[in-house]
Each structure stands twice: as C-alpha cells, then as structure tokens.
Design a protein around this ligand. Sequence first.
Ligand SMILES: O=P(O)(O)OC[C@H]1O[C@H](OP(=O)(O)OP(=O)(O)O)[C@H](O)[C@@H]1O
Ligand SMILES: O=C(O)c1cc(=O)[nH]c(=O)[nH]1
Ligand SMILES: [Mg+2]
Length: 196
Amino acid sequence: MTSDDVLAEFRSAGALLEGHFVLSSGLHSAVFLQKMAIFTDPVRTARVCSALAERITARYGKVDYVVSPAIGGIVPGYETARALGAKAIFVERDPGKPFALRRGFQIPKGARAVMVEDIVTTGLSSRECLAALTQEPGEVVGAACLIDRSGGKADLGMPLVALVTLDIPNYPADQLPPELAAIPAVKPGSRALPVG
Ligand SMILES: O=P(O)(O)OC[C@H]1O[C@H](OP(=O)(O)OP(=O)(O)O)[C@H](O)[C@@H]1O
Ligand SMILES: O=C(O)c1cc(=O)[nH]c(=O)[nH]1
Ligand SMILES: [Mg+2]
C-alpha cells in the first residue's frame, strides 16, 4: 500500500476531519485523524494493518508480541498482530496513573516485541507506553504506527516505522492562529485534560 492508498482509506472512511481539535498532548490542530472511522470496518482495518505488518517484518524481522497503548492502539495492535502471527497485548491507564500492563499481560523472556500505535503526533503516548515495558523480560525491538503526523520529528528513543508520514501543524493553546481561535475546540481522545 502506498501512502496515497492509505490516505484514500482514511478519506473514504470519513476519518480525515477538519475543525478545531485539542490533541492528547494538549496541542491544538485544525486536522484530526479519526482512526475509529477506520477501525469500525474490520475489512478496511485488515488492509491497513497488513500493510503495516509487512513494513514491520521488513524492518525488524520476526516479532512475537505486539504491544499497544489503549484505547486507540488496541484494535490496530490486534489486527497487526494477526497479520504478523504474533500475540497482541496492551498497556492501559488507571485514572491519573501511568500506562501499565495489566490482566496478566507480559513480554516473556526471549520474546521480541514491537510497539504499535495508531497515530503519532508528539510521540508522548508512545514514549509512555515504552516506559511501561522497560522491566519486561522480553525485548522491545522497535515501534510502528499507521500515521506519523509529526513529519518524522517525534523522537521515541527507538526506531519508528510509519505507514504514512505527514507534517501537520499543531499549536499551543496560547498561540492559536485566528481561524482556529474562532472555532470552539473539541477533544476527541481518551487522555484526561489537565485540570484548570
Ligand atoms: O503522539 P501523541 O502526542 O501522544 O498523540 C498521539 C496519541 O493520541 C491519541 O491517543 P489519545 O490519548 O487521544 O487517546 P485514544 O488512544 O483513546 O484515542 C492516539 O491514539 C495516540 O495514542
Ligand atoms: O494527537 C492526537 O491526540 C491525535 C491526533 C490525531 O490525528 N488522531 C488522534 O486520534 N489523536
Ligand atoms: Mg492513543
């Protein structure tokens, strides 16, 4: 799948939204990739995740585990794991706490794992996911995502394979361009907004 093919999937699924969005990082943007519009369609999800799995195998070789950050990473992590012939596990947060593996999930000794994100903007969620895995007996060999909207600038501290790389502008709340400031903001993701 080329980048254009993947973007065509997002477009035809209605996953490319324009407006005023508050992202997980607290930054604001005029563009939001509503990945759930892809993930509600298992056939479409399988198409993009199979393509991601091919990139993962080409870059990292055989992997045994896919680990994803909840909530957005769970479906693509599972579907990518299916294409890789790997197991799928995820990290999740109790309110106010960092990501952690729960439910008996672990990366066993000798296993090779890849972290699979849906969207990378600043890389914060990916880094927090990776931080939750440092004590695992198995090895995290790299990271992957469907869309890296940082233009390749997000630093995860390890290699990142992206199906599509875009460079989409983000703005701190006190530096909004006038066209964004004029529209009420919506916060689509699951990370709690800072209080105050
Ligand atoms: O690179 P970052 O700046 O961290 O942004 C990307 C993250 O934002 C979204 O998650 P979000 O926390 O909004 O919740 P969700 O997974 O429930 O959609 C998305 O799923 C990524 O995890
Ligand atoms: O940075 C985010 O929170 C984010 C951006 C985006 O385009 N899509 C998404 O689900 N999250
Ligand atoms: Mg997420």
